[in-house]
Write a protein that binds this ligand. Structure first.
Ligand SMILES: Nc1ncnc2c1ncn2[C@@H]1O[C@H](COP(=O)(O)OP(=O)(O)OP(=O)(O)O)[C@@H](O)[C@H]1O
Ligand SMILES: [Mg+2]
Length: 335
């Protein structure tokens, strides 16, 4: 898709989310920018602590208060009526209306969203009643339909079960059914398959892909696993220390990675020949800097093989290197 034909549903512009504590200010998200188009999957990748989850909690209005605050930027969301909201400034009532109904979220651990005290049918029905009203009978019917849609066998019986009676993979399916019950435009999936074994992970990715096509839904897929990115994403945003350092179409990113950090990440993917040779997996030397004291200029410079003194002068801009492909590095040639 080209810029002019991408139908943008969620646009995050220069988002800054900081945490205030006695130790100082943690600039966990410090100028994150990306667009999500309708029907598209955008993967956000980056090492642990790069600000992926804080970005998604900022969009959902679920930051731990009062420590976490949005200090700047905009989170523009177009709702079903085509009205635009800046979720960074929205009232708690607007956020409650949008959250769960128009933007839904699934987590790595299903038990963070599922209540152990209610049957899975009642939980899905409750979400439908809360956002759409109507009768309990209609809501429980929707719950059954949703369980069938996420391919839970014997949905008629399973609807009366409690989360603990189910396997991890089945609970993940219930969480997806719950998230999608109100037909959201955007699904935020934060490491949804990390805790699952490889076979179940592949099944859940297949399911998400199929549901996305059926519902023309947009997915913000958060992961540190580039193998999963290649499976599911249309576009990729690479995060480092609270900023997007590169974003591109998934093929471009794997074929022509531009930012030295992205190149480093890609060279760390284990390959079959590497495994066979018993060679150790490469890792990018050094660590992600502390968000309490970020280095000046480019925050990747201390680990970057190309770093020079001018990299420390100022934070590089995210500049276009090709159509729909941008990188935050002064060593790349902008178009
Ligand atoms: N409640 C909080 N209070 C203070 N700092 C926080 C809080 N939540 C997150 N942070 C800090 O913000 C930074 C980004 O955290 P975040 O959880 O977004 O990372 P992540 O990219 O999701 O990592 P992971 O891959 O491990 O899930 C981290 O340095 C973290 O310590
Ligand atoms: Mg996280």
């Amino acid at each position: 898709m080209t810029a002019s034909t991408r139908d943008i549903v969620l646009s995050v512009e220069g988002l800054k989310t900081w945490f205030h504590s006695r130790d100082g200010v943690a600039k966990s998200v410090d100028g994150v920018t990306f667009d999500l188009a309708r029907g598209e999957t955008l993967a956000i990748v980056g090492e642990s602590g790069s600000g992926k989850s804080v970005t998604s909690l900022s969009i959902m209005g679920l930051l731990p208060k009062p420590a976490g605050r949005i200090e700047g930027g905009r989170i523009l969301f177009r709702d079903r009526q085509d009205a635009q909201h800046d979720l960074a400034q929205a009232s708690p009532a607007t956020l409650r209306r949008i959250r769960g109904a128009e933007i839904a979220m699934i987590f790595q651990e299903p038990m963070t969203s599922l209540n152990p005290l209610y049957t899975v049918g009642d939980q899905i029905a409750e979400a439908v009643l809360q956002h759409e009203g109507g009768s309990y009978a209609a809501a429980i019917n929707r719950a059954r339909e949703m369980l069938e849609r996420v391919e839970i066998p014997a949905a008629d019986r399973r609807i009366n079960e409690y989360p603990h009676q189910m396997s991890g993979g089945m609970r993940q399916r219930v969480m997806i059914a719950l998230a999608l019950a109100c037909n959201p435009a955007v699904l935020i999936a934060d490491e949804p398959t990390t805790a699952l074994d490889v076979t179940v992970q592949a099944q859940i990715l297949d399911l998400l892909r199929r549901l996305q096509a059926e519902m023309n839904m947009s997915i913000l897929f958060i992961t540190h696993n580039l193998g999963v990115v290649a499976e599911i994403a249309h576009r990729v945003a690479v995060m480092y220390a609270g900023r997007v350092v590169e974003d591109a179409d998934v093929y471009d990113l794997f074929e022509k990675p531009t930012h030295p950090y992205t190149r480093g990440l890609l060279s760390c993917i284990p390959t079959a020949s590497l495994r066979a040779s018993g060679e150790r997996l490469r890792a990018i030397p050094g660590n992600v800097p502390s968000v309490l004291s970020l280095p000046p200029g480019c925050t990747f410079a201390p680990r970057c093989p190309l770093a020079a003194s001018d990299c420390l002068a100022a934070v590089p801009e995210l500049v276009p290197v090709q159509t729909e492909h941008r990188a935050r590095c002064i060593k790349v040639n902008p178009i």
